[in-house]
Design a protein around this ligand. Structure first.
Ligand code: FES
Length: 155
């Protein structure tokens, strides 16, 4: 994110008003894809909030990311309905097979893995989302196929 882009975002909010923090962080993430220490420090300076406090707020909320997504961003729902029908094992399988840990992006930037709360479609649980595509009622065999397809696409 350029300094110009950041200034444009900040211009939507008054300086030194702490209640602008969350919407500013959300808007920055929307533009940049993720937050960085440098961006957090600049937001803090603009709002008059110490950088460590800005960092504390940003890390408190699950919605904020500190790594760029991979080429394929994988979201596994671990809401109650999905968890009850096996989604918890999906995370381990994806981590093992694609060498990415939950909440992070693989070293080669091919995959990122996120565990989410309920995606709002429990009747179709368990759900795995790859970029914009939702896979519903996923079973172990489906997951194997999804992982195989991802590997083929990124070879
Ligand atoms: S718990 Fe997964 S969609 Fe509701």
């Amino acid at each position: 994110m350029t300094q110009e882009d950041l200034e444009l975002v900040l211009s939507h909010y008054p300086a030194n008003k702490k209640d602008g923090l969350l919407p500013i962080l959300q808007e920055i993430q929307l533009h940049n894809g993720y937050l960085t220490d440098e961006l957090l420090a600049k937001v803090g300076a603009y709002l008059g909030i110490p950088a460590n406090k800005v960092y504390g707020v940003a890390t408190f909320y699950d919605q904020f990311r500190f790594h760029p997504h991979g080429q394929y961003h994988i979201r596994v729902c671990r809401g109650t309905a999905c968890h009850l029908v096996g989604s918890s094992t999906f995370v381990e399988e994806i981590e093992k097979q694609l060498k990415v840990t939950a909440g992070n992006t693989s070293k080669d930037r091919k995959y990122s893995l996120e565990i989410t709360n309920c995606m709002g479609a429990c009747e179709s649980s368990p759900i795995v989302q790859i970029n914009e595509t939702f896979h519903t009622r996923v079973n172990a065999g489906d997951l194997d196929k999804i992982i195989r397809t991802l590997k083929e696409k990124t070879e």
